[in-house]
Design a protein around this ligand. Structure first.
Ligand SMILES: [Zn+2]
Length: 94
């Protein structure tokens, strides 16, 4: 079984949960992927082998408020960067 960065799942969950609050200029998949990539480059990866364990690790992150706050603020920063200059087709100026 390949190793897997559970932080991807955590960031995706945060992005989903705070989509409205993030006030994205565009919420297409390309922009969401860009936000995820920027946020994941900032955050320390958490590699695990068996993905059956991931809900527990995610639960641990939710329980650790400081870690959760750090993840959220990193996602907010990433969302600001992408909203300021989206790289997808939707927001291209004509
Ligand atoms: Zn977009």
């Amino acid at each position: 079984m390949p190793v897997y960065n559970v932080m991807e799942e955590v960031v995706q969950a945060v992005l989903q949960q705070y989509k409205k609050e993030l006030q994205l200029n565009c919420d297409c998949d390309r922009c969401k992927d860009d936000i995820m990539a920027i946020a994941l480059n900032e955050l320390k990866p958490q590699y695990i082998v068996n993905e059956k364990h991931s809900p527990y690790i995610r639960a641990a992150h939710v329980a650790d408020r400081q870690a959760a706050t750090n993840i959220l603020s990193t996602v907010v920063k990433a969302a600001r960067i992408v909203s300021a200059s989206p790289r997808c087709e939707n927001t291209k100026k004509e």
